[in-house]
Design a protein around this ligand. Structure first.
Ligand SMILES: [Zn+2]
Ligand SMILES: [Zn+2]
Length: 350
């Protein structure tokens, strides 16, 4: 089987040929059909996350590694203990697999399993940039209904992340949500917000082309944050000040812009999702007397995946367009994504 592996920080992925793995016990072998290229892959490939002030933390434990955690594929084989899965059936794979033994894993919070114990597909063990992926248990497989093949895998990371962030925002009817980023994650959040909640959405980005796509995809309002008076325009659209901001960028400039949208209002909720990097100075008395919350969120639980995939199968979430490229272009696709050249979502097809 072919796979495209990270063999060093930031250097081109290497095409490798290896034996197709054999599923054993409860394992299922998935033949990858399509795998989304997510922004996190850029950080894994680079080898670090930017912590601000020139500080970095490593973003991957193993090398070489086949990335790809937004996997959609068909069952190619099963271990001797698997009874409930048909060969040839197609599934989205939940990649946030834990050790199964720690307290978090036992409490249905496998996605909170530690970085040295988890077995996240495409992050800590080989994933969907390979033609075949070994999955530990059939419980991680989800039917995607009529979802287009090139989009389905993206529900396992970007879709799930957006869904979990929206649940934390817990919007009520008529709320206005500020969504920072009109990239792939922001667009999925927009679609899921429209399907699951009766809310208005203001999508914010620095790129007019991406904002145009967000408007076509149904954003109530779009605002370019680099334009003069952008913040006051957003606050006005929110009826004075924002109350719920979802930051899918997670950079110094995005949080400095987004946090100020609360004005002097109390009770603002800031959900931090993106991993672009940097740091943020918090003025403690201001944060305290305005009773604000900054909440980090990381992918989503198996329970949230079940809820999201029910929503996906119901057909309520309008599919977003996905650009498709052959898996052999994995390296150039990563650099295009890093350079901001990709509008919307992109996936690799095997
Ligand atoms: Zn991802
Ligand atoms: Zn664990």
């Amino acid at each position: 089987m072919k796979s495209y592996k990270v063999v060093g920080n930031g250097v081109p992925l290497e095409e490798c040929n290896s034996e197709i793995p054999q599923p054993q016990g409860k394992q299922v072998l998935i033949k990858t059909i399509a795998c989304g290229v997510c922004h996190t892959d850029i950080h894994i490939h680079d080898g670090y996350f930017d912590m601000g002030n020139g500080n970095q933390i490593p973003s991957r434990v193993t090398e070489p590694l086949t990335m790809g955690h937004e996997i959609y594929g068909e069952v190619a084989g099963v271990g001797e203990k698997v009874k409930d899965i048909e060969i040839g059936k197609k599934y989205v794979v939940y990649p946030w697999i834990g050790c199964g033994e720690c307290e978090q894993c036992k409490n249905d919070m496998e996605h909170y399993c530690g970085p040295f114990t988890s077995k996240n597909l495409g992050v800590s063990v080989d994933g969907g940039y390979g033609e075949y992926v070994l999955v530990d248990d059939s419980k991680y497989l989800f039917d995607a209904g009529d979802t287009p093949e090139e989009l389905a895998g993206s529900y396992a990371c970007r879709g799930l992340t957006a869904y979990s962030a929206l649940k934390k925002a817990n919007p009520t009817k008529g709320d206005t949500l500020v969504i920072i980023s009109a990239g792939g994650l922001g667009l999925l959040a927009l679609k899921i917000a429209q399907a699951a909640y009766d809310v208005k959405t203001i999508v914010v980005d620095i790129d007019d082309e991406k904002l145009k796509v967000a408007k076509q995809e149904g954003a109530t309002e779009i605002v370019n944050s680099t334009h003069e008076n952008a913040a006051s325009k957003i606050m006005e659209l929110c009826g004075g000040a924002a109350s719920k901001v979802l930051d899918f960028v997670g950079s110094e400039s995005s949080i400095n812009f987004g946090y100020n949208l609360f004005g002097i209002n109390k009770g603002g909720l800031y959900i931090l999702i993106g991993l672009l990097g940097g740091k943020f100075d918090l003025q403690l008395p201001l944060h305290t007397f305005t009773a604000r919350t900054i909440s980090g969120t990381y992918v989503g639980s198996m329970q949230e995946m079940k809820e999201l995939m029910n929503l996906v199968r119901s057909g309520k979430i309008e599919p977003v367009a996905v650009e498709t490229r052959p898996a052999s272009q994995a390296s150039v696709t990563l650099s295009d994504l890093k350079l901001g050249k990709i509008k919307g979502l992109v996936c690799l097809k095997h």
